[in-house]
Design a protein around this ligand. Sequence first.
Ligand code: NAD
Length: 243
Amino acid sequence: TNWVEGRTVLATASGQGIGRATALAFAAAGARVIATDINEEALSSLSGEANIETRRLDVLKDEEVKAAVQSIGRIDVLFNGAGFVHGGTILEMKDEEFDFAIDLNIRSMIRTIRAVLPGMIDAGGGAIVNMASVAGSVTGVPNRFVYGTTKAAVIGLTKAVAADFVARGIRCNAICPGTVESPSLQERMRAQGDYEKARAAFIARQPMGRLGTPEEIADLAVHLANATYTTGQAYSIDGGWTI
Ligand code: NAD
């Protein structure tokens, strides 16, 4: 089915990487996409694309999220893309870094879901797709203590929302990617000093011998929004990492 056709999608972190590809994929499937990000310059690369409206939205700000949802009106699909990778072990973590990751990786999704759910319920249903990761509860990854902890929580909140609202027509699923080519991954590779060595190490985690593309993840996001008999699931899309 192409359930998303003609429906309205609110997407976060659409400026680059997986979020940008996902906004384009929903638009290509015939949805009306409200593509949001804090980075307006990155967002502007989507302006003029058919079926896409762009708008600045900081998912750390509850009032901004509520105001955006209020002004958009009916929202059928929520794509929660925002997330941040923190590197290091539990011994290297600073409490402020953990608090920030809780805010951006977990509470951002709580804010958007709380804002859109009443409208979805009134309309008879809706689909929520959350960006998690294989790093977390699917598999433990070295030097990803903060990240893995928050992404495990994304899977937990996904299942909790799915369980609470399954009878009201709400579907809520999570995507768990392996390593995907994106601007922030590029930054992490550069930050390690030896770019080629860092890239080779990321590729070595992927049994398929390559990184995933944002478009491959975007396809799954659209699929999950369309998957009218699927809820509460965490879908791995990881190049064989967790075989
Ligand atoms: P990215 O990290 O390159 O881009 C993230 C986007 O989020 C940026 O455009 C940024 O401006 C936006 N953003 C940051 N703070 C924000 C805020 N407060 N409000 C609104 N937007 C904000 O993108 P990516 O690497 O494709 O990652 C996208 C999602 O996928 C994240 O949740 C990430 O954790 C998850 N993920 C990525 C990978 C990967 O390998 N790239 C793997 C697994 C999961």
